[in-house]
Design a protein around this ligand. Structure first.
Ligand code: BGC
Ligand code: NOJ
Length: 809
């Protein structure tokens, strides 16, 4: 069942009923000011860091779900409604929510009063615009009252929801004309405030929540709205809000437009006040002037749309399959960008307070955005590298505001260092900017280094931390951070993510071994590009050693083992009763090249199909754990079929897709792709539940009662890896250090496809033909009519369009 439809031309998903199976959200803002907005206007805003600088309040896990947001109420003759359906939930005659790239437009019509609200964050501005257009579609004059509503958060989101004894006494506001300023804690150590304004005269306001709402009322029945009369309340402590009221007459057919603006201002310490106790509003006035009429808002909106057009233009696909085209050309890239911006901090599943930016997560996110914003990728790599320890290990998370490692989690996840090689190599391949490796970036202890030293430290960390089977020590955990082999936890509430009470653990990870041999060729090539031949040779020897170790100690009967536990016992083997086959090492060991020649890869991938495949994707492990295993940790804490315990982790399905392309099985690779790509799941939205335009981290696995139901949508490495799998390995258009490689592996029945790929300034218009209906193999490549040798497109860097004709066979 569908709850809307894709409008590809506008690059929108259009939701046609408000009661979606879960709130379907969008993200506004992509630089510093961010806002999460659901299809019924729920959500919240923050500046840079959802934990420390939260501008509006949101209550997770609330009843009913998703109340609290950017609300408008209309009042007429004692009756009132919300044009976004929530929170009043009066049934609307028409409802529509268009989630577009960086904006959402929600339309609601009731009794012939049509209201359309366009929500967006303009480029390079620390504010959000809500442009509300209201039209009288009836044939008589109407008298209406409009109420706005937002609720301020007292900045620190965790403190805001816990420290009531203090917070109920700190709230402060100022009101001037149509603008409500939120200045809690500005009198002391904060140098920032927020404001909510509208570009018109107002007839009243409220800034105290209880005066607006009534102590025992919900969002759906604010006292002020019910009475049709603002109370002009001033908040002193308790909960500051901002609400305007505007009375209006609308003639038959008349339309009015109001621009509401929620802004964030930072002042220098010396410039905080304009008079004792009165905040300096100079910057706020300027920000208001920037968007105070429709012309300016239209212009800002156009700029936002143009900016997305030009970002997405770097990779555009025409395949003849509209679902695939919209995933690749629009939504997957959009999700990659959002995920890159926010890491795993703020979504409807991530509260914005529990996690900073992950080291491994952020590196993986780069592979989804480096073709759009290489400059920002570059900066992120430096920020990440700066949190690396001299021995190559890394802080597991860093905090975006101060760019420091997060001490609460520390380090010890032994896969982390390797992802820096992946992230940096992707940047180098995209840009050819090898000078970057000489960029100075110190280690966490302040010791001077250049970026290349960090990659070397990453590589050597794995080499220097091997266990009894010459496989990498897992440390606290690897990519699967619920496989906690050095944490034996028997106390409720202990964090599996932090507790490491087996310091002497020699537990080893076959997955890290697979990652090592997968990323090592890039490291070696980077050494060569720098003329470090000896290091390259040395590194190659380590790779051979690792391959030997995998072959000798990392292979079970028909697949790769997962690990050796604290006791040296196999994990992920037929010898185990549960947890016999894990997905992760199967993907990585094959990507690293093991088994491609001797048939092992095929055997392994057949086992994966046989044991892990379901109607909704590949489960992470089989059989699932039915009871708690203290020696395995968090994975066995989940009920069977959920999360790491045999859920369908959409993040690692693409590793198998890529492995399938490496043995030439394009049909199988694409079948796996379609099983989890959200646009293909639109028709089963009532089962899948989360947004049909973005991936979720997890779909409940075969052993779950709710098999097929997704959770944790939006912020997940799934976005970047699926983008890599489809664009680089299935469509096969892949940046290499000195060229763009064309190496598709597609379903046999495809006649071909067309891709526009901007690479280092050149615009390649690539037409792939598949006359013999093969899956893999390139017979001929012509650039601008001239045949070239092989399948590597030269780098022209002339900024021109180049026609590329590829014949498979
Ligand atoms: C989740 C993992 C996540 C980890 C880190 C665990 O509870 O199951 O998916 O990576 O927390 O926060
Ligand atoms: C989500 C985390 O963000 C990521 O770092 C981890 O690799 C996966 N879960 C798997 O456990």
């Amino acid at each position: 069942m569908k709850f809307g439809y894709f409008n590809d031309e506008n690059k929108e998903y259009v939701i046609t009923r408000p009661d979606t199976p879960y709130p379907w959200i969008n993200y506004l803002g992509s630089q510093a000011y961010f806002s999460l907005l659901s299809n019924t206007a729920g959500g919240y805003s923050f500046y840079k860091d959802a934990s420390k600088l939260r501008i509006t309040r949101y209550r997770y896990n609330n009843i009913p779900h998703d109340v609290g947001g950017k609300y408008y109420y209309l009042f007429e003759d004692g009756e009132y409604w919300s044009p976004t359906w929530a929170p009043v939930k009066r049934e609307l005659d028409k409802y529509e929510c268009r989630h577009g790239l960086g904006y959402s437009k929600i339309t609601g019509e009731y009794n012939d009063i049509n209201t359309e609200i366009l929500y967006f964050v303009p480029e390079n501005a620390n504010c959000e615009i809500h442009r509300l257009k209201i039209k009288n579609n009836s044939n008589r004059k109407r008298s209406l009252k409009l109420f706005s509503f937002i609720e301020f958060c007292l900045w620190n989101a965790f403190d805001d929801m816990t420290n009531f004894q203090r917070n109920f006494s700190t709230g402060e506001v100022e009101v001037e004309g149509a603008t409500i300023y939120h200045k809690t804690e500005y009198r002391e150590r904060r140098n920032h405030y927020a404001f909510f304004t509208v570009n018109s005269e107002i007839d009243g306001f409220d800034t105290d929540r209880e005066s607006f709402m009534g102590l025992y009322n919900g969002f759906h029945e604010p006292a002020v709205v019910k009475n049709g009369q603002s109370s002009n309340s001033l908040a002193n402590g308790w909960s500051p809000i901002a609400s305007h009221s505007i009375n209006m007459d609308l003639e038959a057919g008349e339309e009015k437009s109001f621009i509401f603006q929620l802004g964030f201002i930072e002042n220098k310490k010396a410039e905080k006040w304009s008079a004792p106790g009165i905040i300096n509003k100079t910057k706020a006035y300027q920000l208001m002037r920037d968007f105070d009429n429709d012309k300016k808002v239209d212009k800002a909106f156009r700029e936002l749309k143009d900016s997305w057009e030009s970002l997405l233009d770097n990779y555009q696909l025409k395949s003849g399959d509209e679902k695939l085209d919209r995933m690749v050309s629009i939504w997957n890239q959009y999700q990659c960008m959002v995920t890159y911006n926010l890491s795993r901090s703020a979504s409807y599943f991530e509260s914005g307070i529990s996690r900073g930016m992950g080291f491994r997560d952020s590196n993986q996110d780069l592979i989804g955005i480096v073709h759009m914003i290489p400059e920002r990728a570059r900066q992120r790599i430096l920020d990440l590298a700066a949190t690396q320890f001299e021995d190559g290990s890394a802080y597991h998370q860093f905090e975006p505001l101060n760019k420091k490692g997060n001490d609460a989690i520390g380090s010890g996840f032994n896969d982390d260092p390797l992802w820096l090689i992946l992230g940096t190599a992707s940047y180098l391949k995209e840009t050819g900017d090898f000078d970057f490796l000489n960029q100075k970036v110190p280690f966490n202890n302040g010791k001077e280094a250049v970026l290349f030293d960090h990659l070397k430290a990453s590589f050597m960390y794995i080499v220097n931390n091997r266990g009894p089977h010459d496989l990498p020590l897992i440390g606290h955990a690897d990519w699967n951070d619920c496989l906690n082999l050095s944490c034996f936890s028997d106390k409720p509430g202990e964090s599996f993510q932090v507790l490491s009470n087996k310091e002497d653990s020699q537990a080893e990870s076959v997955m890290i071994a697979g990652m090592f041999i997968t990323f090592a060729p890039d490291f070696i090539e980077i050494c060569r590009q720098r003329g470090e031949e000896e290091l390259a040779r040395e590194a190659q020897n380590y790779v051979e050693e690792m391959k030997e170790a995998i072959k000798k100690h990392g292979v079970d009967e028909n697949w790769f083992l997962r690990a050796y536990d604290y006791y040296g016992k196999k994990v992920g083997s037929v010898e185990n009763e549960e947890g016999q086959l894990y997905i992760e090492p199967q993907g990585f060991c094959i990507m690293g090249g093991i088994g491609l020649e001797d048939g092992l890869a095929r055997t392994v991938l057949d086992s994966v199909k046989d044991r892990l495949d379901t109607d909704y994707g590949l489960v992470l492990v089989d059989p699932t754990y039915k009871s708690y295993h203290i020696e395995l940790g968090e994975i066995s804490s989940y009920p069977p079929g959920y999360k790491e315990n045999g859920g369908i982790f959409c993040h690692n399905n693409p590793w198998i897709m890529i492995a399938e392309t490496m043995i030439g099985r394009g049909d199988q690779a694409f079948e796996y792709y379609k099983k989890i790509a959200p646009a293909y799941l639109e028709e089963i939205s009532e089962v899948h539940k989360t947004e049909p335009y973005v991936y979720a981290q997890m779909i409940a696995g075969r052993d779950a009662a709710t098999h097929g139901e997704a959770k944790n949508s939006w912020l997940t490495g799934t976005a970047a890896w699926n983008f890599a799998a489809i664009t680089q390995w299935i469509l096969g258009i892949r940046a290499d250090f000195n060229s763009l490689k064309i190496d598709p592996c597609i379903p046999k029945n495809w006649d071909g496809f067309e891709v526009k790929r901007v690479f280092r300034g050149d615009i390649f218009k690539i037409k792939v033909n598949n006359p013999e209906h093969v899956s893999k193999g390139v017979r001929e490549v012509k650039v601008d009519g001239t045949r070239i040798n092989g399948n590597l497109l030269p780098v022209y860097q002339d900024g021109r369009e180049h026609d590329v004709e590829v014949i498979m066979g």
